[in-house]
Design a protein around this ligand. Sequence first.
Ligand SMILES: [Zn+2]
Ligand SMILES: [Zn+2]
Ligand SMILES: [Zn+2]
Length: 322
Amino acid sequence: MPSLFQNAVASIRMGVEDYRQQDSDRDISAVRNFYAGVLLLAKEALIRAAPNADAQIIIGAKLKPVSDGHGGIELAQVGHTTIDFQQIGERAADFGVSLDHKALKALNTIRNDMEHHYTSESATAIRAAISKGFPVVASLFRQLKEEPIARLGDAWNAMLETKELYDQELRSARATLENIAWFSPSISPELIKCGQCQSELVEQVKADNEQQDTAQLRCRTCGEDVEMADAIESAIDEVYGTDAYLRYKDAAENGPIYDCPSCSRATLVEGEDGCANCGEPLDYETECSRCGDSIGIQDYLDGMDEGLCGYCAHMHEKIMRE
Ligand SMILES: [Zn+2]
Ligand SMILES: [Zn+2]
Ligand SMILES: [Zn+2]
């Protein structure tokens, strides 16, 4: 027998599949399936919030106290009815499960009207009510510590196409990146993207981690792990790539992006103290010991500095050869 969670996932998938068809004949089915799926998901969240308790009692609509035979009482379920929309909201509050009851209210009303073969809502209003339920599903998945893309597949991507869910996901993903102390002042959460699908819905797996070198990133759109070095390299390219292109085109010079001698990534930025990817400090004598001219990063990286600018190093070599 499939678990409550599997049933929830199957209902949500069916509901979103109906929703995707954009066919008013399937709206009833979309509401029915999606709404049923969300309620099942909420019940699953309640059950997981009290893992040592009897699941039937947690989601039982009617309970009565009975003697436990040892001088105390315990709760027993009366009948087989499980909690309805209203009770789920109350129990969620009691169990510390966060559930946006308001977002589900419109869906609940439409669903009830439909069951009585009557709804005054337009197809647009029906679809809007469904899409308002998408963030509720995402929030429950988060609380259940389940990966939506792994469970919902295409349905998750269809849900992400709605502004309601996209905006919420973007906010939550960015919030997990806010704590990271980036090596480079050029890096900020908005620049971090998934290398696989280019999505900006990249989150940090452990949201409270503050260190860039231990941060683990994952894409909320495709579900893939995102390599930090790749994300930083693309971010630096996004900020300085055009400058680098123009400088090379106009003056045939490198910069302002250089390859880091420590990590070999193109993440060393002119004017910054160290590498944006590995944090290795850029620490060298910037003034030529012979003529006092400044020594460029490229000369330093080429290994020709030894305290001399490019010109003096060249002259020095010439003298040595003669
Ligand atoms: Zn991705
Ligand atoms: Zn580096
Ligand atoms: Zn010099």
